[in-house]
Design a protein around this ligand. Structure first.
Ligand code: EPZ
Length: 451
């Protein structure tokens, strides 16, 4: 643990320009989709993050040859020799990511059986996989839970089905898509998640030869096809990372340009950012031509000076305010005058990190009640899932231990905003989702170093 610490000298506004690449929560799924093709796939703008390494390792174990392409961030997947891997080999990746659960459908199609290790990911609630398993059974898969992991088979093949999700889960929607595209017949998924990363996954599958209709009211219809080919794709940029740096700019009274950030995917965040009192400017991309070097698109975020405003917000599925935007923004809300309210409706235990902020001088109270109007599954179940943030608070340095990815980034922002020197332990966890974050911090003028 002692090596895994960042010493942060806070109090300096972040100033400068950084770039975000392909969205972590799309890239890893796009990599899994490559398993379904009968020819190579090519993915661009792949960030160097831990989740990508885990999926790359799992694909390799299943016979998919993964090589670096000629462009920085380009990966090429050759699925010509898909094969079974031993449970021991697969279990090396146990507990390291949640993506392995999405291998079910593709492996069942390619091999007729699948073994899925224990999942990992952030500890932000129980994170069950019941919707995934229920959907797979509907397709005709047999699922056996054993101590070492899940064993699946499809003795009679996979068949299209009508299925309604109890909640618009991102992962379960992806599970259905990755399974239905090659299942025999038509699948109708109701109450599907429609996050931009899901729409981008649908674009990839469509490029591979799938037939998928996205209807209104969260209904997705998939007509199974007998075979798919490889794809070439440049993924949507990471809107969670972009919002995290935007929140860091606001909390440190700085000015950060996030190249690659896309307005359309961040509309809800931008509305809240402006309501809090932050300023932003969208720069559209312009292709180079004679006499004009062109311009890379992005969004500039800054603190305009003066005081920030308190706001009330609720996290929700798309097009609502993302649960992953919540933790970084709350640090900025500690600097706003008045009472801000945050109602977390996606995960039941995603406010634990506020204790660390309180240890730095913030004034945040968490409640079991639903402090918002969005119908939520947690109020009656006694989870502390609403927060009231009283501000502005002067943050002071502290020793912090990072609990999970997004909370970790919020700890980092708090340390950057606080007066004095903080020690942030467990920072390697941030590498799961933020590419080169230490180099980016340096580019933005932060004073942070490994001891
Ligand atoms: C994805 O997780 C993201 N992860 C999460 O990002 C993100 O917070 C989440 O979607 C919501 O946007 C990846 O894409 C790898 P869900 P996922 O299934 O798919 C319940 C990050 O930091 N549920 O939409 O696992 C679940 O418990 C991560 O980048 C069931 O009850 O999220 C939760 O309350 C963290 N049963 C809710 O649904 C199930 O079978 C939403 O989860 C599945 C989910």
């Amino acid at each position: 643990m002692t090596d895994d610490v960042l010493v942060v000298h806070g109090g300096t506004p972040l100033e400068g320009r950084i770039r975000v690449r392909g969205a972590k929560n799309l890239v890893s799924k796009a990599m899994v989709a490559a398993l379904l093709g009968d020819s190579p796939s090519r993915l661009f703008d792949v960030p160097k993050i831990r989740d990508v390494e885990v999926v790359r390792g799992l694909l390799g174990l299943h016979g998919v040859k993964v090589t670096d392409g000629t462009e920085d961030g380009e990966l090429v997947f050759d699925p010509a020799n898909v094969e079974s891997a031993s449970t021991d080999q697969i279990n090396v990746h146990a507990g390291s990511s949640r993506i392995p659960i999405l291998f079910c459908g593709p492996l069942l199609h390619r091999l007729g059986h699948a073994f899925i290790p224990d999942l990992g990911g952030c500890h932000i609630g129980p994170r069950p996989i019941d919707f995934h398993l229920q959907a797979l059974r509907e397709f005709g898969a047999t699922v056996e839970k054993r101590p070492e992991g899940l064993h699946l088979s499809a003795p009679n093949g996979l068949h299209g089905t009508k299925f309604a999700l109890p909640y618009p889960s991102v992962g379960a929607t992806e599970q259905v898509l990755l399974t239905a595209v090659m299942a025999e017949g038509v699948t109708e998924l109701r109450n599907a998640a429609v996050e931009p990363e899901i729409i981008d996954l649908i674009c990839i599958l469509q490029k591979m030869g799938a037939i998928i209709k996205v209807h209104t009211d969260r209904v997705i219809e998939i007509q199974g096809v007998p075979k798919l080919h490889g794809y070439t794709h440049r993924p949507i940029p990471d809107r969670i990372e972009a919002a995290s740096w935007a929140a860091a700019a606001l909390a440190t009274r700085g000015h950060v340009e996030v190249l690659g950030a896309q307005q359309a995917d961040m509309m809800t965040f931008l509305n809240v950012f402006r309501s809090v009192g932050g300023e932003y400017e969208v720069t559209d991309a312009r292709a180079p031509k004679l006499g004009d070097p062109g311009q890379e698109g992005g969004i500039r975020f800054w603190h305009p000076g003066g005081e920030l405003n308190a706001v009330a917000l609720e996290t929700d599925v798309h097009p609502g305010f993302m649960t992953d935007w919540q933790q970084p923004l709350v640090v900025a809300l500690t600097q706003a005058r008045g009472l801000s309210i945050v109602h977390e409706t996606v995960y039941e235990q995603r406010l634990g990190y506020t204790e660390a902020l309180n240890s730095m001088g913030a004034n945040i109270q968490v409640y079991r009640d639903c402090l918002g109007g969005t119908p939520c599954r947690f109020g009656r179940r006694n989870f502390k899932h609403s927060a009231v943030i009283a501000g502005p608070s002067k943050l002071h340095a502290a020793d912090l231990v990072i609990p999970d990815l997004r909370a970790g980034f919020s700890h980092l922002i708090a340390a950057l905003a606080a007066e004095g020197t903080s020690r942030v332990y467990g920072v390697d966890l941030i590498n799961r989702g933020y590419e080169d974050f230490e180099a980016k911090l340096a580019d933005l003028g932060a004073h942070a170093e490994r001891p």
